[in-house]
Design a protein around this ligand. Sequence first.
Ligand code: ADP
Ligand code: MG
Length: 709
Amino acid sequence: MYKPGIISTTSNILSSPIEYLTGVSAIRGDLLRKEINVFTFKDLLEYYPLRHIDKTKIDSISSLHSDADFTQVAGKLIDMQLIGEKRSRRLIAHLQDSSGIVELVWFQGIGWIEKILVLGHHYLVYGKPSFFMGKPQMAHPDIEHHHSQNATGKSYLEPIYPSTEKLKSKGLNGKVIGKLTQELLKKITEKDLPENLPLNVVEKYKLISRYDACRQIHFPASMQHFQSAVRRLKFEELFLAQLGIQLIKLNRQNTSKGFVFEKVGSVFNDFYNKYLPFELTNAQKNVLKEIRKDVGSGKQMNRLLQGDVGSGKTMVALLSMLLAVDNGFQCVLMAPTEILAQQHFQTISTLMKGLSVRVEILTGSSSTKQRKLVLKGCEEGDVSILIGTHAVIEEKVLFKKLGFAVVDEQHKFGVAQRAKLWKKSSLPPHILVMTATPIPRTLALTLYGDLDYSVIDELPPGRKPITTFHRNESARPKVMDFIKEQLSLGRQAYIIYPLIEESSKLDYENLMKGYEEVKSFFPEPKYWISMVHGKQTAEQKETNMQRFIKHDTHILIGTTVIEVGVNVPNASVMVIESAEKFGLSQLHQLRGRVGRGADKSYCILLTGPKVSKEARERMNIMVETNDGFKIAEKDLEIRGPGEMEGTRQSGTLLFKLANIVEDKSILEAARSSVAEILETDWELSSEKNIPLKLYVESQKVKTRWGKIA
Ligand code: ADP
Ligand code: MG
């Protein structure tokens, strides 16, 4: 994936190794590389301060209070002593001004601090005050000699940089890093940092120049200057990222040929008129229209379909596949788990009964005989719809004329796996990627800006919202009684435990303990229980699931293996044990397993005795809303973009400065201004867009769609 970078690497001075800077010895250079990834001048320039201290603002010690933020005080060092042994060793000193005394404590980097402190001298101290027995204290404050010129009366904002214990032990604390940056800025001229945004954009959004921004973000003349610098650099980051994404999309649209599905034929029409079990929702109809337009355009479709759990994505996928079949093409539907593949196969082959469409399934557990039959059918073109797990992308699976591929529950598949699908055909098939983990728009713009994008934002009619409760574990007996009540009405229930990882013995024990407990509440032969978990073979899982689906069992106990897509409309209760251990999107997915029939459904979140504030917030959101998109927005807010599912490794959402949650409006501005530019000059050949062309060339933005997600 294309990675945004703020500053082009073409400039020589910026690519100099960090040791070329005065003050950086070989040892320090090594540490800077290892600890904070600073290899070059450019890296240091982009190592931004945490905050700035206003050197002119000195508070009196007596004015310190416990909820004060970082504060600067000045005074005389009146004593200092080393206390404790080994790990509890610490340096304690006292600083006095005319109003009082503050205690200063260091636990690490003591050697260095001890060396620079002299009793009786005056120091400027900067830190976050806390109170101990009514006395003010600062742990690990920044400290430096207080010269009279420190406080000349003119505003002087000193940057403080994040540092690490190892860096500090070599004297590279947050302030010293600032000194290095100052040194660096002396060497850099305007020529080294030319403007890289078109001037009309700079003017329209009232941005300061790139050169100014790079200086002012470190050593601002005022807080206002600092803010302008941050805004400019955030805009630049988001703008260049959008440029990359939108270019990839444009390129794909302009160059990638796709199969043309010209007609709506008899298979589609027969099914639609005779067998469609319900009226499509308007949202489903709209998405279908979008897809029809795409597959008729002669270009390859690469569409992401988002729809909340239960919004009916499968039917949209099926109808699209029938379009392909009508035009003589084969289709493949790929599901992330065996259970889900089985379920799709059953649903779809049942729906296709009256029609002459051959539907087959291929998974890891298909028998050799079955596999041979299916492979032959695919190669000869007899199989119209192949459903399966990633077994369908193995090299041995060949198609006569693959025209349409559906990937269900997109986040479980890697990019590489999907790419394999595309190779199975002379032209890449049209791709429909479906996800039930709604993604907020801002995130989608960044993460999937290169895909076509559809949303089903409406649930089929008649769904009753699921009522969600949050209860303490101690209420479990009552919850069991509630389940009993529901079972007596003919319903079924799920009880979910946190994921069993191979390594997590504890999770496994908890599940088993839970299973025994539930069994004691629900004794055989009146009640039957299925259990599904990750340590079972595919066959065991399948058997247990099938018993539940057929209503041979009343309760399904499981781990998150049942999370995705399982459809048992008769189930009306979802109990989630240790709910605090689940993320919001997972909770929402799990809850989506109920509320699929006409009956009123319930979700009960059980949490342990200790629930963090964040976990409590998650529970509250779940209780408050059933809307997957709202939940996704909240999730993004709480966790921040770096922690969103599927994005952790890719890093595509992580910018040096910008944060797609907080900087939504800058992202929108950047996105629309890139779109505007590309609309009239997608080759970036006009004079004013030359900086962008240079940037794109320097970054070698990949313009071949096949390389991306
Ligand atoms: P998801 O989007 O989560 O994959 P499904 O495709 O599994 O949802 O659909 C959920 C349930 O809703 C299925 O039982 C399906 O038959 C039903 N369904 C889908 N579309 C409609 C509709 N337009 N009207 C009524 N029921 C529908
Ligand atoms: Mg589904």
